[in-house]
Design a protein around this ligand. Structure first.
Ligand code: UDP
Ligand code: MG
Length: 354
């Protein structure tokens, strides 16, 4: 399928406007208007090699959604290029549950992009991204919906405990949050991931952020809106392993900092100034000491140290520049963030009440 952004296929979203002001004018918040229809809740579930756990996921999710009879709901499952039979499993569930919309991406694009695909298609009044591995307890959806009904635009689910990760990872994660929040203009709350409820207006805003390097936590923070936090205990993964190894986590952290702050670029101005000032003072000292004490044997070690130190500093500076130039290059190519191989959505007549 040649299309890239699912939103282009959504009739309702074809009315999207280019300016934030015009987009805001298009939004009818069902919490405040009576359309006569049930409000719609959309779940977005990115799935990558989750075949073993999908049955348990739907078994736990279905009774939760049944407790929200006043809502129409849709479960958008995105198969992010799985290599196991995740797609076949999802298809099996979709044949039995008309609320399931199935999207298959053409390959593995990564969680951030798979989520973007789901959010592009999501047109509910409230949208909830949730992981398929049951680390996000579906029961929390009920509390989220309550808080949304009370007026929150975004309900964040904050991990109370982090039993799913080791001590070193927890320590590095805390360090990342601190560094990010020092450098970036928008603060990301610690221990809050993608599991959250977003009002339609928030999702519309996210859909306008078309950058190619996706760091969703940063994008959620950037759009702002009225946020409320609730806490939950993260559960251990039921089946399989996390797809986020150390390299991927480091890449994500780098995307978070480079994508939301230009401070690393400016830091080199400060470094360069300090080093140049020190070099000038050292030069003055050499001139003075030569005048006062005569020429001494030049220090081979100090020259080598200075050359290596400056070389190292310059390489780091070039590396930081490279991070930004690489991302600019990616943006200018304007490649789609994901490609869709298949999309199956039930027609309204197929969807009966839960
Ligand atoms: N996921 C995805 N694409 C990927 C990696 C992960 O869609 O390339 C999905 C995965 O199936 C799960 C969610 O993203 O539903 C979270 O992934 P995972 O459990 O591996 O991450 P963690 O919980 O360790 O952050
Ligand atoms: Mg997980």
């Amino acid at each position: 399928m040649a299309c890239s952004r699912l939103r282009q296929r959504c009739d309702e979203q074809q009315t999207r406007s280019d300016t934030p002001m015009a987009a805001a004018a298009n939004i009818h918040n069902t919490r405040h208007t009576t359309t006569g229809q049930r409000p719609r809740l959309t779940l977005v579930v990115p799935c990558y090699n989750e075949a073993l756990g999908l049955a348990a996921f739907f078994d736990r999710l279905t009774p939760v959604l049944a407790q929200l009879p006043d809502y129409a709901h849709e479960i958008i499952c995105i198969d992010d290029g799985s290599t196991d039979d995740t797609y076949a499993q999802l298809e099996w569930h979709a044949q039995r549950n008309p609320h399931i919309t199935l999207v298959e991406l053409s390959r593995n694009f990564g969680k951030e992009n798979a989520l973007t695909a789901g959010l592009d298609l999501a047109d509910g009044d409230a949208v909830i991204p949730i992981d398929a591995d049951l680390q996000h307890p579906p029961e929390l959806i009920l509390d989220m919906v309550k808080l949304w009904e009370q007026g929150a635009d975004m309900v964040l689910a904050k991990r109370k405990t982090r039993n799913d990760t080791g001590k070193l990872q927890r320590w590095l994660t805390q360090g990342f949050y601190r560094l990010h929040n020092q450098l970036a203009e928008c603060h990301i709350p610690a221990d809050v991931g993608d599991f959250r409820l977003m009002d339609r207006q928030v999702v519309h805003s996210l859909q306008q952020l078309t950058e190619r390097t996706r760091f969703m936590k940063g994008l959620y923070a950037w759009v702002g809106y009225k946020q409320v936090t609730i806490e939950f205990d993260v559960e251990p993964r039921r089946h399989g392993q996390s797809s986020f190894n150390a390299r991927k986590l480091f890449q994500l952290a780098l995307d978070g900092i480079v994508g939301f702050s230009t401070v690393p670029l400016y830091v080199w101005v400060g470094f360069g100034t300090v080093i140049a000032a020190l070099a000038l003072l050292y030069g003055l000292w050499i001139v003075l000491s030569t005048l006062l004490f005569g020429i001494s044997v030049p220090g081979y070690a100090s020259i080598l140290t200075a050359v290596l130190f400056l070389g190292g500093i310059q390489l780091i500076g070039i590396g930081v520049l490279g991070q930004y130039i690489g991302r600019t290059y990616k943006e200018t190519k304007k490649r789609p963030i994901y490609l869709v191989r298949r999309l199956h959505r039930h027609t309204p007549s197929e969807i009966t009440t839960p």
